[in-house]
Design a protein around this ligand. Structure first.
Ligand code: NAD
Length: 504
């Protein structure tokens, strides 16, 4: 399936076919309300397609379909569930170029990245959890003599999953793969802005034989479909990725049936460069930390902290690299930075440039949309570097765009104080040649993830998540399997001599 034009112009690519309905119980259906949502190409504002809009009533029927599928799916041999996920991983790899282009078209994330990062990472996530399905074991606990006590891991039931727009392909795999491996059925709501890759994955899931009703996709707005998932009495768990503010709403809505929750929320990653760091590696790594996906990453290194002795030398190189980044159509393989994912978000990032100016920040480069007329209709923002103070709003609030706030520090204690000085605690990084310092700081950083002499590494085996206002619970690895199961303790009286409690 490749819709490349006869001219072979990569930017003329169009998907050969697109799924644009809800996926419920194995059927592609319209929403009960009959509404649609336009899906916009962030490069030029054109409408890619209109998708059927899921509302509360559609979530209800998706939950019913998932409940119906649950007994057979949860009792299927774990190895067989795993085999289906392994097949899916293979199919995703076969579709690497097409999926990479689809994700680039819908999100604005450059094809260069979606093809080498998002799609392969999505495939390996399904493969990892496909392999995990029959290796996630319970345990036997040494209790009193005469008893056998074992711990079994049971799927929680129907799980609701709510996903944002920044990495839809990858994030849906982080959520769906462990949930399915553990035997749960799913009602997933992609962002209304970026539903296309999730719908394509659902199509591939059906093709490889994942039974109808096991996965149901309900693209719709947060305040309707998302809210219904959060409150639904028959959804046992919600896994949410999104902003801290919406996360709080989900927590409140989930109280009715005391859902199990997993929250992956905002971040304000501290990326600390010490005086003994290898500067070229730190410059390159810090650029990836913030500019990758236009900075629209919860783990972005959005606070760049430089030791005062190397700050000028570092900044010269960092600014030079930043100003050389090629902005353009995300489908063009030469593009290194695409548009932000929506007009609303572009405006939000530009508003933060104003905030920086108002609070006396020094905008070293960027701070505006590009002048290029070819990009004028898109949601572009030039990569923006601001020198600011730790208490400034631009150093405390998540901008979630190509916007980095730079601060300096004089010693390790001050670096730690600034790094831990926000309400968030998701990703963080440090660059140093001193291993003792590196490990000491890794222990002291208030964060769910720390990268030493690198930044933004992810792997399906390594737990991903935050502390503080960045949420709780973990994706990936054995931790994710624990999140998607209940431990059940079973006591067996094998040969216990229990004196009568009420001797008669
Ligand atoms: P958002 O909170 O606005 O939306 C996230 C999802 O929640 C969307 O699907 C949206 O439709 C839905 N939603 C909105 N209102 C809802 C409601 N009342 N009830 C239930 N669902 C609702 O976030 P966003 O703007 O789409 O994404 C950006 C945010 O996501 C940033 O804050 C970013 O840091 C965060 N994020 C966190 C992680 C992580 O792993 N910690 C990863 C990526 C993004």
């Amino acid at each position: 399936m490749d819709g490349m034009s006869a001219s072979n112009d990569p930017t003329a690519w169009k998907p050969a076919s697109l799924r644009n309905k809800l996926f419920i119980g194995g059927e592609w259906v319209d929403g009960i309300g009959g509404g649609t949502i336009d899906v916009i190409n962030p490069h030029d504002g054109s409408v890619i397609t209109a998708i059927a809009e899921a509302t509360s009533a559609d979530v209800d029927r998706a939950v019913e379909a998932a409940q119906k599928a649950f007994p057979a799916w949860s009792s299927m041999a774990a190895m067989d569930r795993g085999r289906l996920l392994l097949k899916l991983a293979d199919r995703i790899e076969e579709e690497q170029a097409e999926l990479g282009r689809l994700e680039a078209l819908n999100t604005g994330h450059p094809f260069r990245d979606t093809q080498i990062l998002d799609v392969p990472r999505t495939a390996v996530t399904y493969r990892y959890f496909g392999g995990m399905a029959d290796k996630f074991e319970g345990s036997v606990i040494p209790v009193e003599a005469g008893f056998l006590n074992y711990l079994a891991r049971e799927p929680v039931g129907v799980v609701g999953q709510i996903v944002p727009w920044n990495f839809p392909l990858m994030f849906t795999s982080w959520k769906m793969a462990p949930a399915l491996a553990a035997g749960n059925c799913i009602v997933i709501k992609p962002s209304e802005i970026t539903p296309l890759s999730t719908l394509r994955i659902a199509e591939l899931m059906q093709e490889v034989g994942i039974p109808d009703g096991v996965v149901n996709v309900v693209p719709g707005y947060g305040h309707t479909a998302g809210a219904r998932i959060s409150e639904h009495p028959n959804i046992a768990k919600v896994a949410f990725t999104g902003s801290t503010a919406t996360g709080r709403t989900v927590v409140k809505a989930s109280a009715g049936n005391l859902k199990k929750l997993q929250l992956e929320l905002g971040g304000k990653g501290a990326n600390i460069v010490f005086e003994d760091a290898t500067i070229p590696a730190a410059v390159g790594g810090s650029a990836f930390a913030i500019w990758h996906n236009q900075g629209q990453a919860c783990i972005a290194g959005s606070r760049l902290m430089l030791h005062e002795s190397i700050a000028d030398a570092f900044m010269e190189k960092f600014i030079g690299l930043t100003e050389s980044i090629r902005l353009g159509n995300p489908l063009d393989p030469a593009t290194e930075m695409g548009p932000l994912t929506s007009k609303m978000h572009q405006q939000r990032v530009l508003d933060y440039c104003e905030v920086a100016r108002e609070e006396g920040g020094d905008i070293v480069t960027g701070g505006a949309a590009p002048n290029d007329p070819a990009l004028a209709a898109g949601c572009y923002v030039r990569p923006t570097i601001v020198r600011a103070k730790p208490a400034d709003r631009v150093c405390q609030e998540e901008v979630f765009g190509p916007f980095v706030s730079v601060m300096t520090f004089k010693d390790d204690a001050e670096a730690l104080e600034i790094a831990n000085g926000t309400e968030y605690g998701l990703g963080s990084g440090l660059w140093t040649a001193d291993l003792k310092r590196a490990h000491k700081l890794a222990g002291a950083l208030h964060a769910g993830m720390v990268w030493i002499n690198s930044y933004k590494r992810v792997n399906p085996g390594s737990p991903f998540g935050g502390v503080g206002q960045s949420g709780y619970g973990r994706e990936m690895g054995f931790e994710a399997m624990r999140e998607y199961t209940h431990p059940k303790s079973v006591w067996v009286n094998v040969d216990a001599q229990i004196p009568p409690y009420y001797p008669r």
